[in-house]
Write a protein that binds this ligand. Sequence first.
Ligand code: CP
Length: 308
Amino acid sequence: MRHFLDIDRACAGELKAILAQAAAMKTARRGRPKGTPDDERPLNGRVVALLFEKPSTRTRVSFDMAVRQLGGETLTLSGGETQLGRGESIPDTARVLSRYVDGIVIRTDREDNLLNLADHATVPVINGLTDRTHPCQVMGDVMTYEEHRGPIQGRRVAWFGDGNNVCASFLHAAGQFGFDITLSCPESRDPDLEYIAYAQSRGTTVDIVRDPLKAARGADLVVTDAWLSMHDSDDIRDERRGILGPFQVNASVMAAAADGAVFMHCLPAYRGEEVTADVLDGPASIILDEAENRLHVQKAILRHCFDV
Ligand code: CP
């Protein structure tokens, strides 16, 4: 049994194998109706619980379709409709769910909940986002970059704005896939040092450049994310706008990037805040392929976890 908890917890070879399998499965089913299972049905007879304590469009739907295309079934549970919402412990929930289902995808606003669930479950557990990381998203992002521009190894990624959970997973991915990363965040919103230190410990160059136009120089991939994460209170929206406004990705930032640079955003996006509409909907943007690839990469992650 294998969990998929974070990009830094796997070995680089396993991560590359996941990406290769995702690309092969995507090609193999091209043109099929989305509800048709793949020829191979490796999750036949298995049920995966999707335990979502927070809202989701992409992660929930793409995992649901991923399991179905692999021949399995899903059970979607929101935090409020289980006894978790009334204080049942995570270890008890993990042990009980493990008696009913074959795997668990969890989205939670506390990393501790994920780790606690994984410690006590006897079935694979997959991180569908925590307050700290979003590994499935960034696996899909690496797949998408490579689909458009070839190997990401040796390339430079520039991250703008909030050094949030997706940024943390990009730093993990930088260490595992061997790309350099420039962070252009206000000091108060830099990612935690542990993520920067991890990337550096794996030989990656991490530059912190506060001037967005300088940060964009030589970037092959420009990335940003919403200024307010799901676990943030709406009360701080104006404060975040003030702090993060200078780090908006706009046409000037894209013009400063390398020739052929692409733009990614994990979505949902807020046009006019972290990114302007002309960039988000413009020719360098590959956001819809990025969203689609969540499905393909998560199928490969599920196969990795179930070893099928
Ligand atoms: N990018 C992402 O995780 O989207 P959702 O919040 O809609 O799942």
